[in-house]
Design a protein around this ligand. Structure first.
Ligand code: HEC
Length: 314
């Protein structure tokens, strides 16, 4: 990721301020470090950028409430947060319509899809914002499209729809949410590190509890899928075209020997970390959701099924 000097300085400054507000030495140890302990600048947005993002969100929500702007999904935040639901001037949706292909209704982004999905997959394409051509993974056994869907449910409020660290809540949390596309930083984090921080929250990896734990909301396979989605987005910027949107050019290359969704159940290191992480999660004592394992039921696929469906690498 390239940053202007002023941005780097502001970021360095805000990191320094952040440190001084934390007295727990562990928290200081984990933050802004690569896997080998090297200290780097935390990839976060400036306060001005975050305030602008929060304002944009609020404006859109206010306009929506006042009936001044359309929303194909009927929910203003959905438009803002996903960046796909906005109507264009040529949009012909009538009141009450929602979703792709309804009575000729068109939306800013999907309008431009040359070959939209058919049948049932329209649902996923529209409702879950899946990319129909997004069929590769850099995390064996994990599906980035599924991860994207969970990301939009739980993570965009802080990390932003393009993973740029500029969600509408970002201005209100300390320290600032990471820019999850920052390849210089994120590509050096192991899958285990990313999995652990998502499942157990910031405290699981000696970061701040401002990053909540998601282990009681997301099953392990869901978390793997989110990790795959984050990997897919390394060094990408919000898309200017539908092609860019559907085919993000990630700079991530898998770290040799790193654990993934296929190997997790056999990785002692992974299972040890999970045992510790799960002790901190409420409601996990009945043995139902144990680390690294597939939980039967629902629509989730097993890592091996995901693997069969999805091509590894780019
Ligand atoms: C309430 C705001 C908030 C939400 C919601 C949130 N995060 Fe975070 N996240 C943060 C903050 C703040 C940090 C930085 C913590 C620190 O450095 O101490 C962070 C850090 C992270 C990191 C670690 C980056 C690093 O430095 O190693 C990852 C990965 C991450 N978040 C992913 C997610 C995912 C995936 C979700 C949704 C399942 C999510 N976050 C939801 C606020 C949030």
């Amino acid at each position: 990721m390239r940053l202007r000097n002023t941005t780097i300085m502001t970021m360095a400054l805000s990191c320094a301020i952040t440190f001084s507000t934390y007295s727990i030495s562990f928290a200081e140890d984990g933050r802004c470090r690569l896997h080998d302990g090297t200290k780097v600048i935390c990839p976060v947005r400036t306060d001005a950028e975050l305030e602008a993002a929060a304002d944009a969100y609020e404006n859109e929500a206010t306009q929506m409430a006042a009936g001044e702007s359309g929303s194909t999904y009927g929910v203003a935040p959905f438009d803002y947060l996903t960046g796909v639901g906005k109507r264009t001037e040529s949009t012909t949706l009538t009141e009450g319509d929602s979703g792709y292909g309804n009575k000729g209704g068109k939306t800013e982004l999907w309008d431009r899809v040359a070959a939209p999905s058919e049948g049932e997959s329209v649902y996923n394409q529209w409702t879950n914002n899946w990319s129909p051509t997004f069929k590769t993974t850099m995390v064996p056994g994990a599906d980035p499209n599924e991860g994207k869907q969970w990301y939009y449910v739980y993570c965009i409020g802080c990390h932003g729809w393009g993973l740029q660290g500029d969600g509408p809540n970002a201005a209100y949390v300390e320290p600032r949410p990471r820019i999850l596309t920052a390849g210089d930083y994120m590509n050096k984090k192991s899958n285990l590190q990313l999995f652990s921080v998502i499942k157990g929250g910031g405290e699981a990896v000696y970061l701040s509890s401002s990053m909540p734990a998601w282990g009681n909301f997301l099953q392990d396979q869901d978390i793997w899928n989110v990790v795959a989605w984050i990997r897919m987005m390394a060094d990408t910027t919000p898309p200017a075209t539908i092609e860019e949107y559907l085919n993000p050019k990630s700079t991530f290359t898998p770290i040799p020997g790193d654990v993934d969704a296929l190997t997790a159940a056999d990785s002692e290191e992974f299972l040890d970390v999970m045992e510790e992480t799960e002790l901190t999660l409420a409601g996990r004592g009945d043995g139902q959701l144990t680390g690294g394992q597939y939980v039967d039921g629902g629509l989730r696929k097993k890592p091996t099924e995901v693997s069969a469906k999805i091509k590894e690498g780019f």
